[in-house]
Structure formats: C-alpha cells, structure tokens
Write a protein that binds this ligand. Structure first.
Ligand SMILES: Nc1ncnc2c1ncn2[C@@H]1O[C@H](COP(=O)(O)OP(=O)(O)OP(=O)(O)O)[C@@H](O)[C@H]1O
Ligand SMILES: [Mg+2]
Length: 263
C-alpha cells in the first residue's frame, strides 16, 4: 500500500533516528519528497487508545495552517499502528530552552508568549481547544515558538470518546486547571491558564506546579500568588500572569487579549 503524503517509501520507513517520545507515541526523523525533513509520530504500545489519539491529532492538524503551529504533512497506518507526519522542527522544547536561557530577558519572554497566544487565538477561532498546552509541547527554533502535540485537541467543552465524560483526564498534570482536575471538559480558559503558567516559568526557571502538588497548589491559591510575586517578572507582567491563571476578577478570557496586553 502506498500512502500519498509526500513521503517516499512509506512502507520502508527506516525510523532509525528517534527524536522524541511521549506517553502515546515515538517520534522519528524521516525524509519526505524533495528531501524535506519530516517528523513521524507513531502510536506506541505504552498507552491504550494511542492509535485514536494520533488519528485525532491528524484530523485536527490537517485543518490548521498557522506559522506557530506544527505543519501537517500526512498520516496513515503502518501495519496496525497509526502515524502522523509533520514538518521537522530543528529546535529544543520550551522547558529545556527556558533552563538554558534563564534568566530570560522580559522582551524575549513576551515575544514567545505572544506567538503562542497567536496560535491559540487561531485554534480558538475554529471552536477548538488545544487541551494539552505545556512546555514540552512547544518547540523553539530560531526564536520562533511552534505549538505541537494536538493529540487531545477537540471542540471546546467536549470529551474525547474514551474520556468517559471526565472520568479519565488527558493532559499534562503540571499545566492542568482545577476545573479539569474535577472532570470538566477543556475550555479556552484552561488553555489560557496553561499559558499563564508557561509565562511564569520563564521568570522562575522551573514549573510552578509539579505533578505531585497539583491539587494543593490549586486549592491554596496563595502559593501560586507567592510564586508569581517571587518571580523576576516586572509588576506589569506579574499582573498579566495573575489575570491568566486566576479565574476570579478581571481575568483574561481570550488569547487576543494577551496579545493586546503585550503590545
Ligand atoms: N515536528 C517535530 N519536529 C521536531 N520534534 C518533534 C516534532 N514532533 C514531535 N517532536 C518531538 O517529540 C516529542 C514528543 O512529541 P509529542 O508531544 O507530539 O508526543 P506525545 O506522545 O503526544 O507526547 P505526550 O507525552 O505529551 O503525550 C516532542 O516533545 C518533541 O520533542
Ligand atoms: Mg507531548
């Protein structure tokens, strides 16, 4: 079987060079038509539903076209495993980038956050949410931020079939909102919450919420206030981050508002 996705020798993937892996997939470097470097993400046996997640991601990404979103190149099945091909980004993930560039100049942090907000604004304008915004799901290449891993993306406030109406939570614990921890379906404000935590990480060098203290940090919001206060961000940026991560008061409800605030 030959799948027409711009990749030569689909049946003959060599898949020697692994460039990443996640809970649901292994990611390899490949070469497509015209020698274009590709990333091929293949369902792994580590997670049930990994085929469905890759197919979901392929379905979502094939309808998106934005400079700060990973470019879809094709998808299909190899033997019984679903795969997704995207344009290869030669960069590092945002978590490693922050570590390597800490303390990051505020102008650079704002530029990266604006780019991610622009990608989110575009996704939200299509009635979708990313639902797994996290430092490991953003790549940085030549000062450009590229959003990837749309495995859990879906129309706002809906569940994926196997989430059993919120019984199972899909996402990255450190960046997940309390509402989602309690089983609510993901919304635009949950993406903005995650972006607020990412923004904060740029001024602290580390994740605000670690996986094991997710709930404590959410329930005792004073702790999150302390982390924001103790960061190296300017007062204006601290105030913006608060509006992104706290749901009460004059919080930000749209990604556009973040871009506007950072102008
Ligand atoms: N197009 C690409 N170019 C370069 N690297 C990529 C690309 N796509 C994925 N990667 C690398 O592979 C890693 C895993 O990819 P991805 O996050 O899509 O997989 P996942 O299994 O859904 O991860 P998770 O553990 O978040 O569920 C990324 O963090 C990134 O380092
Ligand atoms: Mg990922």
């Amino acid at each position: 079987m030959q799948i027409n996705l711009g990749i030569r020798r689909v049946r003959a993937f060599t898949l020697k060079e692994m460039i990443g892996f996640g809970s649901e997939a292994d990611v390899f470097r490949e070469v497509g038509r015209c020698n274009q470097p590709l990333s091929v993400k293949i369902a792994s046996d580590r997670l049930e539903h990994s085929n469905l997640l890759i197919e979901n991601e392929a379905h979502i990404l094939s309808g998106l076209d934005h400079p700060n979103i990973i470019k879809y190149m094709g998808h299909g099945k190899i033997d019984s495993k679903s795969f997704l091909a995207t344009r290869l980004v030669e960069g590092v993930d945002l978590e490693d980038y922050i570590k390597a560039h800490f303390p990051m100049p505020e102008a650079q942090a704002c530029s990266l956050v604006k780019q991610i907000a622009s990608a989110l604004s575009y996704v939200h304008s299509k009635g979708l949410v990313h639902a797994d915004l996290a430092v490991k799901n953003i790549l940085i290449a030549e000062d450009q931020a590229i959003l990837l891993d749309f495995s859990f993306s879906r129309p706002e406030k809906s569940y994926l079939a196997f989430e059993e109406n919120g019984k199972f939570i899909m996402g990255t614990l450190s960046f997940i909102s309390l509402d989602r921890l309690y089983g609510d379906p993901p919304s635009v404000k949950d993406d903005i919450f995650a972006l607020g935590l990412i923004f904060l990480q740029m001024f602290t060098g580390r994740r605000a919420i670690t996986d094991h203290d997710t709930e404590t940090m959410h329930l005792d919001q004073g702790l999150l206030h302390l982390k924001i206060d103790g960061s190296t961000a300017s007062p204006a940026i601290k105030s913006l981050i608060r509006k992104m991560v706290f749901t009460s008061g004059d919080n930000l409800r749209r990604a556009d508002e973040i871009i506007e605030a950072l102008k």
